[in-house]
Design a binder for this molecule. Structure first.
Ligand code: ADP
Length: 661
């Protein structure tokens, strides 16, 4: 076995012993220093810093015990072996008190001395290794670009690297004085603190916990903490760990998040823009297709118009011109002249009818046609038309054709609200067509009642019929189905479109059922319900011819609705604003009842002024749907009653009877 790389200080006042021991010790360690007494021993220790001291106890000037006490003050960890000629317990105990590692009795047994030196040598070398390792660890820790620390089970920091001192703005002195982990982790984060305390206490390893660190100056930064437990003698002895400052990582993440948000926003904007562009494009395309279709239809119509109308215009004009020329010649006798005049008259009428048709159709299309709705008796109306259509039959068709009338519910009179002159026009068009396209059999017109109490009108013939393909087309302008050559080709293709427009205007609809060679039936239905006579009797109950009612209503359509119900029952007046109402009541103090259109923004003081003029008159509020419930108290305070939309006749008359009877 080789020598220990160690130094030994040997202190002995006996020169011979000193020499002998020194020689022997030299064979065990690499360096041996000697001193003859305690004082010299202390001096030598200061100079040479030996690893082991071997000393005699009894020496002149300063004994071995005194010397060791002094040296231990300089280095408490130095290893000491006492050699003594005394075996008294007192020396031994005093040596133990000084913390010496060995006590050998003189004469020293070389074997035991060697054993003791070897034992201490091993210990010292182990300690040196530990110190070296520790230094290595500290050097690495100093090199690491992160905070490195060690803490005891109470969380007290026992080691931090340089970067930690710099990051937390603490000095080595602060650490030595006592600094705890919870001093450098934000106390605002209770959970973090508890977590850390638990980790330190249990000495567990911990992977990545985010904490907020706090420096001596009070500034804060986010960090990730990684720990690993220290175990000594099987017991948790604290933790060591690393903290990674994630300020810049967080900043980058934040920037990334903002960038992402910006990007998402941009994508969203762009998508909206694109979808709007697509929608606009689709809209434009649709409008273009519609315009194209319209242009094509106009083109078709123009062609049809030119084919039909120009022929229809030219024929009578040519006839009128040529017959007028004939009339001018002197050679014609009176009878012939009368014939010519009748032809001119007939063609002029045809021309007039055509122009009327065109004008009527244009008017209907521009929706400028007014309706004059009245209540009339249905069967009577149809009966009155019979002689008119009879004369049409005589003029228009062969003698064999019969005209028939079919009345719905003959026993009791049926009343209906509609525009009779428009209804008559519809029947005339349909019956005139029926005569035109029927060569044998009959033409029948009339009405029947539907299950929902509406009237179903019809015009039926046993004529040529209309093919399936044309049944829908004939309601379009200028459409005429090609008919056999033998049929007189009269007309412009405007009759049915005019008829359809009129029925639409009355709120109804028209359709046709037909079979080629068997005949056609045109049906049309109106929205108005038929009023049977008993209901009419009931209706007559509500009459207050002497009473005056003023309607204050700014929506003309509502006024017309109300007017329809009230016009033959009371003396009706109308103004369209509360201010006008006040003026009106001032000059006409006889008003019995005011129907005041009330909106949440209406001025209520005017109602009081109106009441002051004639305290006996009642004022009712006309209300939109839903307003009554929401304004119950206010309405009760200012009005005698209310009438809510929809304005149903039965309901209105009943309410009015309370105030007018
Ligand atoms: P016009 O009779 O002036 O041609 P209409 O619009 O009244 O124009 O009718 C369009 C077309 O519908 C007619 O040309 C005819 O082909 C067909 N039509 C109308 N009514 C009848 C009917 N009762 N029987 C057979 N065809 C009819």
């Amino acid at each position: 076995m080789g020598k220990f790389t160690l130094s030994v200080l040997l202190v002995e006042d006996d020169r011979l012993s000193l020499f002998v021991y020194a020689e022997f010790i030299k064979s065990i360690v690499t360096e041996v220093f000697t001193a003859a007494n305690g004082r010299e021993g202390v001096k030598m220790f200061k100079e040479k810093k030996p690893d082991i001291i071997i000393t005699d106890i009894m020496m002149p000037e300063m004994d071995g015990l005194e010397m060791i006490r002094k040296i231990k003050e300089l280095d408490p960890y130095v290893k000491v072996i006492m050699i003594s000629g005394h075996s008294e317990a007192e020396y031994f105990i005093r040596s133990i008190d000084l913390g010496v590692e060995g006590y050998l009795l003189k004469p020293v047994d070389n074997k035991r001395l060697e054993l003791k030196i070897t034992e201490l040598g091993r210990h010292i070398l182990l300690q040196q290794k530990v110190l070296e390792t520790e230094k290595k660890f500290q050097d690495f820790a100093a090199l690491l670009p992160q905070i490195v620390f060690e803490a005891d089970p109470d969380g007290k920091l026992t080691f931090v690297n340089k970067l930690a001192l710099k990051k937390f703005s603490y000095t080595k002195k602060d650490i030595d004085k006592g600094l705890y982990l919870h001093d450098v982790i934000d106390e605002g984060h209770e959970k973090d603190q508890n977590d850390i305390r638990n980790i330190v206490h249990s000495g567990t390893s911990y992977q990545e916990q985010e904490v907020i660190c706090k420096t001596k100056k009070g500034t804060r930064f986010p960090a990730l903490i990684y720990t690993s437990g220290i175990v000594e003698n099987g017991q948790p002895a604290g933790i060591r760990g690393v903290m990674v400052d994630i300020t810049s990582r967080k900043k980058m993440l934040e920037e990334l998040k903002n960038l992402n948000l910006e990007l998402e926003e941009k994508v969203r904007d762009r998508t909206i823009l694109l979808s709007n562009e697509i929608k606009e494009k689709e809209k434009a395309e649709k409008a273009l297709i519609k315009a194209k279709e319209k242009a094509e239809e106009s083109d078709q119509l123009k062609g049809a118009f030119l084919a039909n109308v120009s022929h229809e215009i030219q024929t009578p004009i040519k006839a009128i011109i040529s017959f007028s020329n004939l009339l001018q010649s002197d050679k014609q006798d009176e009878k012939r002249r009368k014939e010519l005049i009748s032809v001119i008259e007939g063609n002029s009428n045809a021309l007039l009818n055509l122009t009327n048709d065109i004008l009527e159709f244009t008017r209907l299309q521009s929706e400028k046609v007014k309706l004059y709705t009245i209540r009339f008796e249905l069967n009577l109306f149809l009966l009155e038309l019979f002689p008119v259509f009879e004369s049409l039959r005589r003029k228009q068709s062969e003698k064999t054709i019969k005209l028939r009338l079919s009345l719905g519910n003959k026993d009791k009179p049926l009343m209906i609200n509609s525009d009779p002159s428009r209804l008559r026009q519809i029947f005339t068009n349909l019956i005139s067509n029926a005569f035109k396209f029927t060569h044998e059999g009959f033409v029948e017109y009339g009405c029947s009642l539907t299950e929902s109490n509406n009237v179903l009108f019809f015009v039926k013939d046993t004529g040529l019929g209309i093919s399936r393909e044309y049944q829908r087309k004939i309601f379009k302008r200028f459409f005429q189905e090609p008919k056999p050559l033998s049929t007189k080709k009269e007309g412009t293709g405007l009759g049915l479109p005019i008829t359809q427009s009129l029925i639409t205007l009355l709120g109804g609809k028209i359709w046709v059922e037909s079979k080629i060679g068997k005949g056609s039936t045109f049906y049309f239905e109106l929205p108005e319900k038929v009023i049977r006579s008993e209901e009419d009797d009931l209706d007559k109950k509500y009459m207050w011819k002497e009473k005056q009612v003023l309607i204050i209503e700014d929506d003309i359509r509502d006024y017309i609705n109300l007017g329809e119900i009230l016009k033959d029952r009371v003396k009706l007046h109308y103004v369209d604003s509360p201010e006008q109402a006040l003026e009106f009541c001032d000059t006409n103090k006889e008003i019995d009842l005011c129907l005041f259109r009330w909106l949440p923004e209406s001025k209520l003081d005017i109602i009081h002024s109106i009441r002051k003029i004639n305290p006996s008159q009642s004022v009712l509020a006309l209300l939109d749907r839903g307003l009554k419930e929401r304004n119950k108290n206010l309405l009760k305070e200012h009005f005698d009653g209310t009438i809510s939309k929809p304005f149903k006749k039965e309901k209105i008359l009943q309410i009015l009877s309370t105030y007018l009877d």
